[in-house]
Design a protein around this ligand. Structure first.
Ligand code: DHB
Length: 313
């Protein structure tokens, strides 16, 4: 029996549900080419700012026993680089292209989305409301009024279906508030849950020293340790979003099993961060095979058979 891992996001077909989480394997064209040559179902570029950025001082990423910590500080080539990449991208390729934008202020996001709209390309925008690592810049995702204003401003400029990257939330009232804001924006087609769990601290027991250099060691947590927070956010939004709005799941996927759980919680696609960084793009072949094997064993033929069907007690 063969199973079907294909999915659609914002009305665009992906040959399978897996792609990279923005920030991993996607800052420069050589890395994006490796994603294209992998078994991923799509690819997304590094969050772009208006100007190129070096990011924070190193070490700024470290794998941990149960995940990772990072404070990269938005190193990227500047939006024009990703716009040029999107202009020359071969959209006949089966993999749709997602572009992540993370302006340091609303005006930057307005200017960047305007340039992408003017270029009239079939790429899909994921506007990042949740970078926790720029010193002095609180993330928009925890400012409900700021997020509502940004969405009300950007959505009519973008016009087409688009998505936003959200931070993890930890309170039911916040799930309700954010979902209400999202539901009020017609062309908001998906939310990507979750960005890293912001401002964790890893300390080495032997050396009594923090793991990364920026911000006295504070950085975003990813990987296995955030799986349950990610599943909760995916499911909370899958339950609350209306009119076909979708959830892309990200957080804690190290094998087909966690990917299965993300879909069961309601994810329509699954992004990979820490595990891709650690294992490289060959991870996509492994995770696909593992999810296919799980679906065969459980008798599911397509993602629709179990998406969002987690049982409650
Ligand atoms: C960075 C980290 C994030 O979690 C994010 O959403 C954007 C940028 C970074 O540190 O580069």
């Amino acid at each position: 029996m063969s199973v079907d891992l294909s999915t659609s996001i914002a009305g665009v077909k992906l040959p399978n549900l897996f792609f990279n989480a923005s920030g991993v394997w996607c800052q420069q064209e050589a890395e994006l080419t490796e994603l294209l040559n992998s078994e991923s179902g799509s690819l997304i570029t590094k969050s772009a700012t208006f100007e190129p950025r070096e990011g924070n001082p190193s070490p700024r990423y470290l794998p941990l026993e149960h995940g990772s910590i990072n404070s990269m500080g938005l190193p990227n080539e500047g939006y024009e680089y990703y716009l040029e990449y999107a202009k020359k991208y071969d959209y006949n390729n089966a993999k749709p292209l997602f572009i992540s934008l993370s302006g340091l202020k609303l005006e930057d996001n307005i200017q960047m989305v305007t340039k992408f709209v003017e270029a009239d390309l079939p790429c899909i925008l994921e506007v990042n409301f949740s970078c926790p690592n720029v010193p002095g810049k609180p993330q928009l995702g925890y400012d409900m009024e700021g997020m509502a204003k940004a969405l009300r401003t950007l959505a009519p400029i973008i016009k087409k279906p688009f998505g936003i990257k959200l931070p993890p939330y930890f309170d039911i009232v916040h799930f309700d508030q954010v979902a209400e804001i999202c539901n009020s924006v017609d062309n908001l087609a998906f939310v990507t849950c979750v960005n890293s769990v912001g401002n964790g601290l890893a300390i080495d027991f032997e050396t009594e020293t923090v793991a990364i250099k920026p911000k006295d060691g504070f950085g975003g947590l990813g990987g296995q340790m955030i799986l349950n927070t990610a599943l909760a956010n995916v499911n909370a939004f899958a339950r609350r979003l209306k009119n076909g709005k979708q959830v892309i799941g990200v957080g804690g996927v190290t094998s087909g099993k966690e990917a299965f759980l993300h879909v069961l919680a309601g994810a329509s696609a699954v992004q990979i961060g820490t595990q891709l960084k650690e294992e490289g793009p060959q991870f996509f072949a492994r995770v696909k095979k593992e999810l296919e094997d799980i679906m065969v064993a459980k008798g599911y033929k397509s993602l629709d058979d179990f998406r969002g069907k987690v049982k409650t007690l």
